[in-house]
Design a protein around this ligand. Structure first.
Ligand code: UGA
Length: 435
């Protein structure tokens, strides 16, 4: 199959590369000449484990190319994927679809032969209808079908999520288009990945419902964690105790500082807005959004409490800044609220992150950046684990105790619980367990 991927950001680049790896011929397109130049030179603009090698391999095999010019790629394609950004619109939180519609207008001008136009970007219900309207208005004679094919990739695990998906959702109103999509994904469902062909609106809503459900699960266990701290229970054991029930499932029950990233915060807000507009508010998700926001701010208060109630003039060392490990993504990271709260209380903040510091600098210009975890902890009054990078799992706590001003550890990811660092003389605060 010949595929054109419009938008070579996170989703476009990962999906395009994996499709090429299945053996399809893929052209990734982006408006940004610097990005395309970098990709053509073998440089990957994002941090995603395994992606660089996979891109290089598929470029070498001649299945994957990059360009700023849409025309030829679209004209030759069996399927054109739209994988451009849908950021939250300022003001009302609704997804900003201007990039999607602009892409549709441009695609329409180059269509030739039967082409399936696929929305891969996360888009609100009804976007496919509008894309179809734009295509038919701009190119009334084109033979085109519009399909929704949401992605369920996690940053940091995107390639394996793409190649071993729990399911593939295809929202198509047209059997011929559904057949093209089945052909594109054939290598996967030969591996027994269930493929669900639904109506287009159903596919669009499935994506939002999935992310909102996962965000709800995390927020639920976070509130149970607060309760555990009050009543003397252990949230990890509670999570295990409920997660072993197959109806609940063990995943996404890790209590922490609140969810962040480029998806859950944006998608929960967009779902709330869609539902309000439809006159059927999703009140549970509205609550999840507000509980998660206050939780991120509450984490600074938790750290201050662990420091004896005041941090003015003290140095707090943060390990991890990105919203989760194995990414350099800082979007809506809990660390942003934590730093703001600590600085408001008069603390000096120093941080170390294995991959995220370059992205963090413009967002957090007035904190110190350390060269490694020990440099970060040197002379600090508290060490806070914010993001559970593997590199932070096996720290030398004897060494840390010797270099810190105060032996205070706040573990917002419950990573050190089993190491019993309190025995080494640390004051240790975790999530959802009474000390
Ligand atoms: C999420 C979904 O997991 C993907 O299925 C989806 O495709 C993607 O959004 C998207 O819509 O594009 P991602 O945002 O990359 O993926 O990261 P997750 O691993 O889901 O983590 C999101 C946030 O939840 C992180 O801040 C993480 O620390 C937090 N989290 C996750 C918890 O606090 N506890 C958990 O048990 C799991």
């Amino acid at each position: 199959m010949k595929i054109a991927m419009v938008g070579s950001g996170y989703v476009g680049l990962v999906s395009g590369t994996c499709f090429a790896d299945f053996g399809h011929s893929v052209v990734c397109i982006d408006k940004d000449p610097a990005k395309i130049e970098a990709l053509n030179a073998g440089r990957i603009p994002i941090y995603e484990p395994g992606l660089e090698a996979l891109v290089a391999d598929n470029v070498r095999q001649g299945r994957l190319t990059f360009t700023t010019a849409m025309r030829d790629a679209v004209a030759q394609a069996d399927a054109v994927f739209i994988a451009v950004g849908t950021p939250s619109r300022r003001g009302d939180g609704f997804a900003d679809l201007s990039f999607v519609y602009a892409a549709a207008r441009e695609i329409a001008q180059s269509l030739s032969g039967f082409t399936v136009v696929v929305t891969k970007s996360t888009v609100p219900v009804g976007t496919g209808d509008e894309v179809e309207r734009i295509l038919r208005e701009t190119a009334p004679d084109a033979e085109v079908a519009v399909v929704s094919n949401p992605e369920f990739l996690r940053e940091g695990a995107a390639i394996s999520d793409f190649k071993r998906p729990d399911r593939i959702v295809i929202g198509a109103e047209d059997e011929r288009a559904a057949e093209v999509m089945r052909e594109i994904y054939r290598p996967l469902y030969l591996n027994a990945a269930p493929i669900l062909v639904t109506g287009r609106r159903t596919a669009e809503l499935t994506k939002y419902a999935a992310n909102a459900f996962l965000a709800t699960k995390i927020t639920f266990i976070n509130e149970i964690a607060d309760l555990c701290e009050r009543v003397g229970a252990n949230v990890q054991e509670v999570a295990r105790g409920i997660g072993l029930d197959n109806r609940i499932g063990a995943k996404f029950l890790h209590a922490g500082p609140g969810y962040g990233g480029s998806c859950f915060p944006k998608d929960t807000l967009a779902l709330v807005k869609t539902a309000q507009d439809a006159g059927t508010p999703v009140r549970l998700v509205e609550t999840v959004v507000s509980v998660n926001e206050s939780r991120k701010r509450a984490m600074a208060r938790k750290i201050i409490a662990a420091c004896g109630g005041q941090v003015r003039g003290r140095t707090i060392a943060l390990l991890g800044l990105t919203f989760k490990p194995n990414t350099d993504d800082m979007r809506d990271a809990p660390s942003l609220s934590i730093v703001a709260g600590l600085q408001d209380a008069g603390a000096r903040v120093r941080a170390y992150d294995p991959e995220g510091m370059e992205q963090a600098r413009p967002l957090l210009p007035d904190i110190g950046y350390a060269a490694d975890p020990y440099d970060c902890a040197e002379g600090a009054d508290a060490l806070v684990l914010v993001t559970e990078w593997d590199a932070f799992r096996a720290l030398d706590f004897d060494r840390l105790k010797a270099i810190m001003a105060e032996p205070v550890v706040v573990d917002l990811r419950n990573v050190y619980w089993s190491r019993d660092i309190a025995k080494l003389g640390f004051s240790y605060t975790a999530i959802g367990q009474k000390m």
